[in-house]
Design a protein around this ligand. Structure first.
Ligand code: HAM
Length: 465
């Protein structure tokens, strides 16, 4: 067995450290017999084992929000004909570099990439669309009736600066429709997105749409955009100066006041569409009108991933705007080709579960409580413990919910606990009840109670199911 200090140094040396973190020097751990591990102060915090920065535990008290959203999302997906797909939590790094785009913040600064022991480069999923497209190709889904409609719930990892609603691990619900480029599919996906947000009861949200063209018309538009911004280069923020060469479309959604001013006069992508993109854009809007969806055109909506073509859309909380987007998506007709498939159109969206929960709480949307067991089985005295265990087990076998009260407490304390847990009935078993083959059923709201035979109680329970 290596000494703890040596084991610690070995562990540190095997870890891959992000550029912004410096590994602690070898020998930084001292070991004092009988006094435990003497970690230097800088390591002490880490050793308290808090959730890593930018991640969060989803506590039992919050689960009702997550189940509520998942229930609505699953129900809507089923109604729209989408089937669930789960993909691995990590993929070959090249998949994301090729699809999300080398010039994007995600690929440049935010991916959790590591070499595995075989020397392969893997990346924790920084978004859900590329893995779905990879799975579509890998499993020959091109041969199924098109479009193939799929949905997913998955954790997503981005090394971002954490703040309210922005995490390093967040969770997405998303849908993708692959194989058909018709604008009616765009309208269907946008309708699904809008239905989700509305059915959750979220108010004060805006549905923004735009078209950013395709590889035929976008290059000429980008040239116009660059010309416009280059004329006023002096007013650009440092990030935008960088974007001017690497990712000029993103100049349009900069939040800095001086860049926003320039954005107001910037050429608009919808004025530079080729014929195919123009037809698509017109039909898409007509379909949205037909369905009565309350959309607005946002000429600055461009999205942060490189794979988008034609339609892009977002749902934003009204008062906060693009910084806290609830949901975003669009068409990506070149993505499957970029990762090695034949040209195949696709469109989808994803929404951050944490942002939905945040907005549900902010707007105080009433969310149903998670159902809890109706009964608590209480043993009045240690002698009744076996009978209580037996009764609770038989109840659960017949499908009822029964919490077993913990032993060694006074009856009053156990009843208090039943009250705190919100059960409807306490089932009290003491020596008297056991000798008569009975159980005392106490209604927790009225405090009324009556003794009934255990057998007839179980029979009634069975009949009630
Ligand atoms: P995205 O806009 O990068 O798009 O992310 C989708 C949603 O995930 C955002 O609208 C937001 O609600 C949430 N989100 C993103 N980053 C964070 C974060 N750091 N913390 C908390 N929530 C976050 C995509 O990922 C695309 N794959 C969407 C898509 C699907 N496009 C087509 N199909």
């Amino acid at each position: 067995m290596p000494e703890p200090a040596q084991a610690h140094d070995e562990l540190i040396s095997t870890l891959t450290w992000p550029p912004s973190l410096t590994p602690p020097p070898a020998g930084s751990l001292s070991f004092t017999p009988n006094r435990g591990l003497g970690y230097p102060t800088s390591l002490k915090m880490a050793m308290q084992h808090r959730a890593p920065r930018g991640t969060a535990d989803i506590l039992p008290s919050d689960q009702k929000y997550w189940r509520y959203i998942e229930g609505k999302a699953r129900d809507l997906s089923r109604r729209f004909g989408y089937s669930r797909l789960d993909t691995p939590v990590f993929e070959d790094s090249g998949l994301f570099v090729r699809s999300v785009g080398e010039g994007t913040d995600i690929v440049e600064k935010e991916m959790y990439t590591f070499l595995d022991r075989g020397g392969d480069s893997n990346t924790l999923r920084p978004e859900g669309t590329a893995p779905v497209c990879r799975a579509y190709l890998e499993h020959g889904m091109q041969n199924l009736p098109q479009p193939v409609r799929m949905y997913y719930f998955c954790p997503v990892f981005r090394y971002e600066r954490p703040q309210a609603g922005r995490y390093r691990e967040h969770h997405q619900f998303g849908v993708e429709a692959l194989g058909v480029g018709d604008p009616s599919v765009d309208a269907e996906v946008v309708e699904l997105a809008w239905s989700l947000v509305s059915s959750l009861g979220l108010a004060d949200t805006s549905l923004m749409v735009n078209s950013i063209g395709d590889r035929e018309c976008r290059p000429a538009y980008i040239d116009k955009l660059k010309e416009h911004y280059t004329r006023s280069k002096g007013q650009l923020c440092r990030d935008c100066l960088d974007r001017l060469d690497r990712n000029p479309l993103r100049l349009l959604d900069c939040k800095q006041a001086s860049c926003q001013g320039l954005g107001m006069e910037a050429p608009r992508s919808v004025d530079h569409l080729c014929e195919g993109c123009q037809d698509h854009w017109d039909s898409f809007q007509r379909y949205l009108d037909t369905m009565g969806l309350p959309y607005r055109i946002d000429h600055h909506l461009v999205r942060g991933l490189d794979y988008y073509t034609r339609t892009v859309f977002e749902i934003q909380p009204k008062e906060e705007g693009g910084q806290s987007t609830i949901l975003g998506g669009g068409r990506y007709d070149g993505l499957i080709e970029q990762i090695g498939g034949k040209p195949t159109p696709g469109i989808g969206f994803a929404t951050g579960m944490e942002r939905l929960v945040l907005n549900l709480k902010r707007q105080e949307v009433p969310v149903p409580d998670e159902p809890s067991p109706d009964y608590m089985v209480i043993s009045a005295g240690d002698g009744a413990r076996d009978a209580a265990l037996d009764l609770a087990a038989r109840m659960r076998r017949s499908g009822a919910g029964a919490i077993l009260s913990t032993a060694g407490r006074a009856l009053r304390g156990q009843l208090r606990q039943a009250n705190a847990l919100g059960v409807r009935y306490a089932l009290i078993l003491g020596d008297d009840e056991i000798s008569r083959g009975e159980v005392t059923v106490r209604d927790m709201s009225s405090s009324e109670q009556e003794a009934v035979s255990v057998d007839s109680f179980l029979e009634k329970l069975d009949e009630g199911r």
